[in-house]
Design a protein around this ligand. Structure first.
Ligand SMILES: Cc1cc2nc3c(=O)[nH]c(=O)nc-3n(C[C@H](O)[C@H](O)[C@H](O)COP(=O)(O)O)c2cc1C
Length: 179
């Protein structure tokens, strides 16, 4: 069975992106789902001096190994001031120092959501543009706006047109990891 990582790009205990990533994963059949909690990869803020003095922290090495062992990734990015959360960016920075090709050519479904109408589109676009430079094979990307109006824990996406679009994205990713 294919091993798919489920990641919310946030350390928020009630992260809507973790919820969204998990719901996306639940729609794909016959896969092993491995949930990552970014709180398990907390490290000092990246600096070149810290790297020169102490090398790459174990947490970043562990993060890379988990990516390398997976068959695909569902990542939903939280947006803070138009960009990644500090926690996610810190993991990205440290891990990219260990291995520039950090996403290891794994198929990635990129998601993003926020309570606002923008649906965390800035951070999604940023990842779509840059992750290929870090070895990402982005299969599809999707932003869900106004999370609390358009999502329920029981039903997932409740808005019909948003759901139709989302189902297509899920199908595309599902086909790509199983082919
Ligand atoms: C410091 C900070 C900055 C934020 N900046 C944005 C933003 O730029 N765009 C946005 O849509 N939401 C922004 N928000 C609201 C987040 O989208 C909201 O907190 C959301 O729950 C974050 O996702 P998470 O629950 O998965 O952590 C911000 C929240 C915080 C705490």
């Amino acid at each position: 069975m294919k091993k798919i990582l489920i990641i919310g790009g946030s350390t928020h205990s009630k992260s809507i992106n973790r919820t969204f990533a998990k719901q996306a994963g639940s729609l794909i059949t016959d896969i092993e789902r491995i949930e990552l909690d970014l709180n398990d990869f907390e490290m000092p803020i990246y600096s070149e001096d810290r790297e020169n003095d102490g090398g790459i922290p174990d947490q970043a090495q562990r993060f890379l190994k988990i990516i390398q062992d997976a068959d695909g990734i569902i990542l939903s990015l939280a947006e803070h001031n138009g960009s990644y959360t500090s926690a996610f960016k810190n993991i990205l920075d440290w891990t990219s120092r260990q291995e520039r090709n950090l996403w290891s050519q794994k198929p990635i479904l990129l998601l993003a959501t926020s309570p606002g109408k923008g649906g965390a589109k800035f951070v999604l676009k940023s990842a779509e543009d840059y992750f290929p430079h870090l070895g990402a094979d982005i299969i599809a990307a999707y932003s869900l706006p106004s999370f609390y109006d358009n999502f329920s824990a029981e039903k997932g996406i409740t808005n019909t047109s948003l759901k139709t679009e989302f189902d297509k994205v899920i199908d595309t990713f599902s086909n790509s990891i199983k082919s």
